[in-house]
Design a protein around this ligand. Structure first.
Ligand code: ADP
Ligand code: MG
Length: 666
């Protein structure tokens, strides 16, 4: 009978672990026997050839097998050296271990052992060993992520001890599932993880453990979804006259992807169940147009439409966009941000559509009246807002993300949402041509930019990124704009957009740029999302190597919004000064304008934790699963979670625990 509590024993219960070693293990996140068992090897050592002792050559990593003839222990300063005389019939040799005193008891004379190591100054330095001498542990020996103080070899010894309790590891998966998916037992998988007899076996083991992680998360998500299925929302009237007029005022036809999105939204809104849909698509793919459709559906049913943005700037930009359409439709739009005065706020409160930051909307609006809420999560994953919005209130919710989330991540983080993708941008768009130039050639970049201006086009120049207060960013931007006005952009009408401008000033500036009263907008990253001027056809990003991949892709999306060929010139510090990753990032942008492809690349370069922001990495903090590579596994886990959603017992409890932890981090 497994006794799981044995797994929770502190590492100190293992031989050779005292307070000092415990502290070192703790710094690796290893506190219990269970932690050791779940410590994933970073890689495995390749198989080493087996040699007879008589044939050993210095330095070559090999395996020897023989019988113990006796042991000795000596101390050299802080080291304890254990040596065992090994005899394999061809010769004898002293095999030595450092600081593994406790092994002495195991190396009894006559015992058969297999040792992997190398000959150095007449001694055989052991790197890994197998005391039973049966399995080929010494081949594919695990190499653990280790710290300076805790070597992989040392860890190997401890994991070996922990493996004595591996049989106690609870296996939460239902037996029929294991059969159907041909999954090994959990304990077997853990054993094979640490002592595989082949790399393929190690991978099968990892895959089973990864499946557990993905399943638990998907199960947590599925349970949330099932809980919410009990929520009721008011079904909206079928699409009517207002959205009909909206289609008519649009100067274009919706793309097939947009039509599909609209149809899916209509279907959701017709049901008395709250819509929980994620609308994801690349910058400029036309999400906002779809989102406004959903808001107008609320309005024509006599309900309120709200759009929640993550920042004030974005709220203002959305406000401008929506108002432009809505004024033609006779629909009132209100803006709710902290910088909107009390009186304006009251006026806003009477509008049919409200735009504001998450916080203010949640404070100032009775969600009971809200028919449709659009949540713009920009390129953050608004797990928090999502929960806050949904708890106890039940409007139909459409989430928008402007930075495409790799499909894998979407399934993981948004596993409880229905996903609509707008994959193809409006047809007449030409892909933006992106070039990467070193700072030494920046004058060429500006020459090119001036050529566009001379042809009546407009341009953006993005200021270098400064990781300081908004005030100093604004100051730096002012200085930069001034420098350009005197230098590269002399004679052109240059506006400056930064986060310290008052909303009214910002609105005026944007309106002037839209009306072609300005040629160039010098801006900090506040132009990232929402600005929409099709006549702007070229952008220069200064010190582009300082920006993240997703951010650059967002910035680039400000051009290429009309039918003209657009350009994005990334000016970086000289190539030699850039890190390998920075170079790959810039090259990726040159090579692709596909946001999904870039998002996968970003994920690869940075890992999920950073991509999601540390605050939400809890959801994807996997030990064994790899987000991109394990996509098929993720899909399987998702299917199985749907079947197991009502299953009670330890599996469900564990899913709640894992999901709860992730939420606590988020
Ligand atoms: P997103 O919100 O995904 O960044 P928007 O909805 O803001 O995209 O659309 C980007 C630009 O493309 C806007 O100028 C918009 O007017 C235009 N646009 C949207 N849909 C279409 C379409 N079907 N045909 C032509 N242009 C479109
Ligand atoms: Mg938009």
């Amino acid at each position: 009978m497994p006794r799981p509590e044995r797994l929770e024993r502190p590492v100190e219960s293992l031989r050779g672990v005292g307070p000092q070693v415990r502290r070192k293990l703790h710094s690796l996140g290893l506190d219990t026997v269970r932690d050791l068992l779940e410590h994933r090897p970073r890689r495995y050592e390749a198989a080493a050839p087996e040699r007879q002792i008589a044939d050993l050559l210095a330095g070559e990593e090999v395996v020897i097998a023989g019988t113990v003839r006796g042991t000795k222990m000596r101390r050299v300063r802080r080291l304890t050296i254990l040596s065992a005389k090994i005899d394999d019939g061809t010769d004898t040799i002293n095999a030595i271990w450092f600081n593994q005193d406790w092994l002495a008891d195991k190396l009894t004379p006559g015992r058969h052992v297999r040792l992997r190591g190398f000959l150095k100054r007449g001694d055989f330095h052991v790197r890994s060993y197998d005391l039973d001498g049966i399995s080929a542990t010494a081949d594919f020996a695990p190499v653990y992520p280790a710290s300076e103080e805790m070597t992989p070899k040392r860890l190997r010894g401890l994991v070996e001890q922990a493996l004595e309790s591996v049989g106690d590891f609870p296996d939460l998966l239902p037996a029929d599932l294991k059969v159907r998916r041909a999954l090994p037992l959990k304990a077997d998988a853990l054993h094979a993880l640490h002592r595989p007899s082949s790399l393929a076996e190690a991978e099968r083991a990892r895959s089973r453990l990864a499946f557990d992680e993905l399943l638990l998360l998907q199960l947590g998500l599925a349970r949330r979804r099932a809980e919410r299925a009990a929520d009721v929302a008011q079904a909206l009237e079928p699409a009517g006259e207002l959205v009909g007029r909206y289609r008519a005022v649009l100067l274009f036809r919706l793309t097939p992807d947009q039509e599909r999105a609209v149809a899916e939204i209509d279907a959701d809104l017709a049901r008395p169940v709250p819509m929980e849909r994620l609308l994801q698509g690349d910058v400029g793919s036309g999400k906002t147009v779809v989102a406004l459709y959903a808001l107008l559906r609320a309005v024509e049913s006599g309900r309120l439409g709200v759009l929640m943005a993550p920042t004030e700037t974005l709220a203002e930009q959305h406000f401008l966009t929506l108002e432009a359409y809505c004024s033609e439709l006779g629909v009132t739009v209100g803006l709710l941000t902290s910088s909107v005065g009390k009186r304006d706020r009251q006026r806003a409160a009477g509008a049919s559509i409200l735009v504001g930051t998450h916080a203010l909307i949640q404070e100032g609006v009775d969600l009971g009246d809200v028919g449709v809420a659009v949540v713009d999560e920009q390129h953050r994953f608004g797990v928090e807002q999502r929960r806050a919005l949904v708890a106890g209130r039940t409007p139909h919710v459409l989430h928008m993300t402007a930075t495409p989330i790799p499909r894998t991540l979407a399934l993981t983080v948004y596993g409880d949402l229905h996903v609509t993708e707008i994959a193809r941008p409006p047809a007449d768009r030409k892909p933006i041509v992106t070039a990467w130039v070193g700072a030494e050639r920046s004058s060429e970049a500006y020459r090119r930019l001036r050529r566009h201006l001379d042809e009546g086009r407009q341009a953006y120049v993005v200021c270098p990124l400064i990781e300081e207060s908004e005030t100093s960013v604004a100051r730096a931007a002012e200085v930069e704009a001034e420098r350009l006005r005197r230098g590269e952009l002399r004679g052109y009408r240059v506006g400056l957009l930064h986060g310290r401008l008052r909303p009214a000033e910002r609105r005026e500036l944007m309106a002037a740029f839209k009306a072609r009263e300005l040629d160039v907008l010098v801006a900090t990253t506040v132009i990232e999302v929402g600005v929409d001027v099709p006549n702007a056809t070229i952008m220069i990003v200064q010190e582009a190597d300082r920006f993240g991949l997703a951010q650059l892709h967002q910035l680039r999306g400000r051009v290429g919004r009309g039918a003209e060929q657009s350009y994005c010139l990334l000016v970086s510090r000289p190539r030699e000064e850039l890190t390998e990753i920075a170079q790959q990032r810039l090259q990726a942008l040159v090579d692709s304008t596909d946001g999904f492809e870039l998002a996968e690349k970003d994920l690869e370069l940075r890992g999920a934790g950073e991509l999601l922001g540390t605050r939400q990495s809890g959801l994807t903090d996997f030990r064994f699963a790899r987000l991109v590579a394990d996509r098929p596994l993720l899909e399987q886990a998702r299917e199985d979670a749907a079947v197991l959603v009502d299953y009670r017992g330890p599996l469900a409890d564990e899913a709640e625990r894992v999901f709860g932890d992730a939420e606590a981090i988020a």
